[in-house]
Design a protein around this ligand. Structure first.
Ligand code: SAJ
Length: 435
């Protein structure tokens, strides 16, 4: 199959890098987003998301003339759907006392509907958005067949999950193995040919529902593994053990790789995707459900730690370092650090947050400091929430000279105990209850 022109629906963290990468590899690409602000931003030569290297690729793609942007799709050889799959804010279901949220598939459905008038014989449609199992077969096929065309004979349809790590999207997009799930073997082959345009990693063909499940299994495994690390941290505190030391020793075993405890699991993937399994089969997912509860409960353990250091929190001033959902990114979505700040404030603490990747973030109810010094100046305690490289490099003596705080709470094992002690700090660490 020859792909001269493709339409990418959804120009977010996945769609924009994917559209630009196709364009810089010689394909004519129409990038589509329903948000006119996104289209206007791109037309003005700017980008609306932060990802290392993305600006350069987008600029090159636009400059080559291969990438154009629009609020509506048009006829093309292939259509890629990369729109968000969030939850309904106001809908919850319950199974045997376990409450779970429901996936909001409206963006996926309306992207598929927008393709219908443009769909022609021989076209390929690929869904990339993370979706509950069977979405491609049960939701997408009926919508696309409203065109009068038949899947498998008239057009091809695949599910192909994106698996890129925020912060390394452009490299991983090209280098990672790509799973292509076709609703028919011919569909998988067509999807294979499309991604072969730029993917250097292995491209593996399977069926659509397997590919959907692969994606959810990956992120669910990570969530469950982080949950066990968080539970180990709680156990270590109970038994007077340093969990970080215990984990590094356990990880010497050739078949053990325990992840890191922390203030919780954030972002738009790991804390979200396991719910798609729970929603699809609540009777089969008690472990996945519990792991979500453990990770969502972590911010409360951070507050407990802060209380251990300061006692009553009312009126206490806390400098919180980091608000992003993970190290060295500017993404504050679903960040457990935000939850920690809110919980501390509920206890009466005054929290100032320094987030070097987004100092001017407008987060409701959160007091952002304009600089590290401003956050530190009046603080009673310094709380390390995110392992940003720049925080790891802080000099304890220099920090000591800028603050009257003598207490530290380190949630991510970012700081050297002895060095900070030496600089006059009393340091408390998540997962450690040792004097
Ligand atoms: N975290 C821990 N402990 C750890 C590792 C992570 O608490 O040992 C926390 C992070 O701080 C963060 C959250 O988990 O709050 C998620 O971070 P992450 O780096 O594990 O994952 P994401 O959400 O940035 O990206 C994941 C990746 N999936 C896997 O590694 C299996 C990525 O490859 C996916 O493409 C992406 O989800 C996605 O879009 O689904």
């Amino acid at each position: 199959m020859n792909f001269q022109k493709i339409c990418v629906l959804g120009l977010g963290y996945i769609g924009l890098p994917t559209a630009s990468t196709f364009a810089t590899n010689g394909v004519r690409v129409v990038g589509v987003d329903v948000n006119p602000h996104v289209i206007e931003t791109l037309r003005n030569g700017n980008i609306h998301i932060h990802e290392p290297g993305l600006r350069t690729v987008v600029e090159a793609a636009l400059k080559s003339g291969n990438l154009t942007v629009s609020t509506a799709p048009e006829e093309a050889d292939a259509f890629l759907i990369a729109v968000p799959t969030p939850f309904y804010e106001d809908q919850v279901q319950e199974y045997e006392g376990r409450k779970y949220k429901l996936a909001d598939m409206r963006a996926v459905a309306s992207a598929a509907e927008a393709i219908v008038p443009c769909l022609r014989k021989g076209n390929l449609v690929v869904l990339e958005s993370t979706s509950p199992p069977r979405t491609t077969v049960d939701l997408i096929i009926p919508i696309l067949e409203r065109s009068g065309l038949k899947v498998g004979t008239d057009f091809f349809l695949c599910y192909s999950p994106e698996r890129v790590l925020p912060g390394q999207i452009l490299r991983e997009l090209i280098e990672n193995a790509r799973v292509i799930g076709g609703v028919t073997p011919e569909s998988a082959k067509a999807g294979h040919n499309l991604y072969a345009i730029f993917v250097k990693g292995n491209i593996i063909e399977t069926d659509a529902t397997t590919a959907e499940m692969v994606k959810l299994m990956e992120n669910t495994t990570r969530d469950v593994n982080i949950a066990i690390a968080n539970e180990f941290a709680r156990l270590a505190e109970k038994f007077g053990v340093d969990v970080w030391e215990a984990i590094s020793l356990a990880n010497l075993h050739p078949r053990i790789n325990i992840l890191s405890p922390g203030p919780g699991v954030g972002g738009h993937c790991i804390s979200v995707d396991p719910w798609f399994f729970v929603e699809a089969a609540p009777e089969l997912t008690p472990l996945i459900y519990e792991a979500r509860q453990v990770n969502d409960g972590q911010p409360h353990f951070v507050v407990k730690k802060v209380k251990q250091a300061l006692g009553e929190l009312k009126g206490k001033k806390i400098a919180a370092l980091g608000l992003a959902y993970k190290p060295d990114v500017d993404d504050l979505r679903e960040s457990p650090a935000t939850e920690v700040v809110h919980l501390l404030q509920n206890e009466g603490a005054q929290v100032r947050v320094w987030e070097p990747f987004k100092p001017e973030a407008d987060m409701q109810g959160i007091n952002m400091a304009p600089s590290l010094d401003a956050a530190l100046s009046n603080a009673d305690l310094i709380l390390l929430l995110v392992k940003h490289t720049e925080f790891l490099k802080l000099d304890p003596n220099e920090v000591g000279s800028k603050t009257k705080a003598r207490f530290l709470v380190d949630c991510v094992n970012g700081w050297n105990l002895e060095q900070w002690k030496h600089a006059g700090f009393n340091i408390f660490r998540l997962g450690v209850n040792k004097s």
